[in-house]
Design a protein around this ligand. Structure first.
Ligand SMILES: [Zn+2]
Length: 274
């Protein structure tokens, strides 16, 4: 599942081909995603417009145009790629924006948990996902936001890290990795953790995201993440715990454990993480 570094990597690779360019043609399929694609609305609002900015907010990408904003979320399996028109289309291509330079931006989403909607700018704030997003994990205030949220929460700390109304853009992989780096068990109740250790955790969140960003997004072992040019492969942070169940902890050698918490895996070292 794409997280902040992956979405930011896609933003960086798409931006030069979108910003300042005009959308010549929109091809949209009426399809049920998390929010359905309405082909007429897409064509009405986005055909012929010039894209002014490409912004990321949490795991959302926003393409701002004249009088309209396209909002994308990649869900579990979504991709946005740049292709020449003659290149074959993936069968799960739901939306194609043909740009004035001749290339196409394609939104592909086999599992259909993604979002590709076009809104009026004034509707952005009321959007159910976007309106409630918390702090950017790389912003200056995130440490205080995390400390306050943790002090109020009876939930395990992993759940606080994944709460998009607290921090926007952090997902399961980097939450697990930040907890490993901070030496905190993902299962520990958030408000039982000292403010000092939450400070260490905040630093670890930043560090792991910055490393991943620098390397251009983590490619999972299943090859799920591909940046906009279609380059699969470059690996970023060395994963300490995620996906390593039963393998030795890199610090102490104890086998990494996996548990399932609210439907999603947590990975941790039972000795190093308390
Ligand atoms: Zn260990």
């Amino acid at each position: 599942m794409p997280e902040l570094p992956e979405v930011e990597t896609i933003r960086l690779s798409l931006a030069p081909h979108l910003v300042g360019h005009r959308v010549v043609e929109v091809e949209a399929r009426r399809i049920r995603l998390r929010e359905g694609i309405e082909p007429e609305t897409w064509r009405e609002r986005f055909e012929g417009v010039r894209i002014l900015a490409l912004e990321r907010r949490g795991k959302y990408l926003l393409a701002h145009a004249e009088g309209a904003v396209a909002l994308f979320h990649l869900g579990m399996s979504g991709r946005m790629v740049l292709r020449r028109p003659e290149e074959p289309r993936d069968p799960h291509t739901h939306l194609v924006l043909r740009m004035d330079h001749g290339l196409e931006v394609r939104f592909i989403d086999p599992r259909r948990f993604g979002v590709a909607v076009v809104l009026r700018p004034e509707a952005l704030e009321g959007h159910p996902g976007l309106g409630r997003l918390g702090a950017e994990p790389l912003s200056d205030g995130m440490h205080d936001v995390l400390r306050q949220a943790a002090s109020r929460s009876r939930a395990p700390i992993r759940s606080v890290l994944l709460d998009q109304t607290v921090l926007a853009g952090l997902g399961n992989i980097y939450a697990n990795e930040a907890l490993a780096r901070a030496g905190i068990s993902p299962l520990r109740r958030a408000r039982a953790i000292s403010a000092r250790r939450i400070g260490v955790l905040a630093g670890a969140v930043r560090q792991v995201l910055e490393e991943a960003l620098e390397a251009g997004g983590t490619t999972l072992r299943d090859g799920g993440f591909v940046n906009a040019s279609g380059d699969a492969g470059y690996f970023s942070v060395r994963l300490l715990v995620y996906g390593r169940e039963g393998e030795p902890c890199l610090a102490c050698g104890a086998p990494i454990r996996r548990r399932v918490l609210t439907g999603r895996s947590v990975f941790y070292c039972p000795k190093c993480q308390r």
